[in-house]
Design a protein around this ligand. Sequence first.
Ligand code: HEM
Length: 225
Amino acid sequence: MNWLLNALTSTIGRKILMALTGIFLILFLVVHLAGNLQLLKGDGGVSFNLYSEFMGHNPLIQTISIANFALILTHIVVSLVLTQRNRKARPVQYAFVDNSSTWSSRNMGILGTIILLFLVFHLQAFYFPAKTGRLSEVTIDGVIVENMYEATVAAFTQWWIVLLYVVSMVGLGFHLWHGFQSAFRTLGIDHPKYFPFIKWFGKAFSILIPLGFAIIPVYMFVTHQ
Ligand code: HEM
């Protein structure tokens, strides 16, 4: 067990942990977006409410949810430890910025903080009300379910919340722009033959996924006036 602890607490071990948790969170984003896109269906929230009810009560999903929170926490804590280490190793900043680095790669900490602040807001708006029984209920096909759709309409009909989501998704996009390819490079998946594709895919992903999330509040704002 000692070798595992040593591996995980070494700098390279921490980088690998960042990469693995990052890739899991990338997968979470895909599933989460696919579910939330049901808000665009225009069926008065029927599909979205049924989906939310399933996600909120299925025991397997609940277990994955706990793992998800643990991974988010690990990703944040390890990033803070790595940053602290880098600062100690290099107390004076470089006078010249490496031209090959991108704006995203130099500002991963700030971008991560934007996403964290977004998450705090997001969870108090949707997750905690669901977990503490503060949502109203609606009957669909004779079954009583929590009305998560109503909560999303209440949030996304306020312009400042829509703006907050759009700005946060720009931050998420920049974070993924560097993070996606960086995770694969850290794991050694950087063969010259395949890496250009991974880089291209990562860039497309970092535009399309945040765009998909941003469209939802904008669409709901426009269609609920
Ligand atoms: C329009 C955009 C989004 C909508 C409408 C949305 C909606 C929701 C809803 C309704 C829940 C509560 C689910 C439940 O407990 O039943 C939730 C949970 C959550 N959302 Fe979002 N979400 C959006 C974007 C995002 C983004 C961009 C992220 C990450 C950066 C995110 C991260 C999370 C997390 C971590 C949870 C807790 C999930 C869990 O149980 O593991 N969401 N979201």
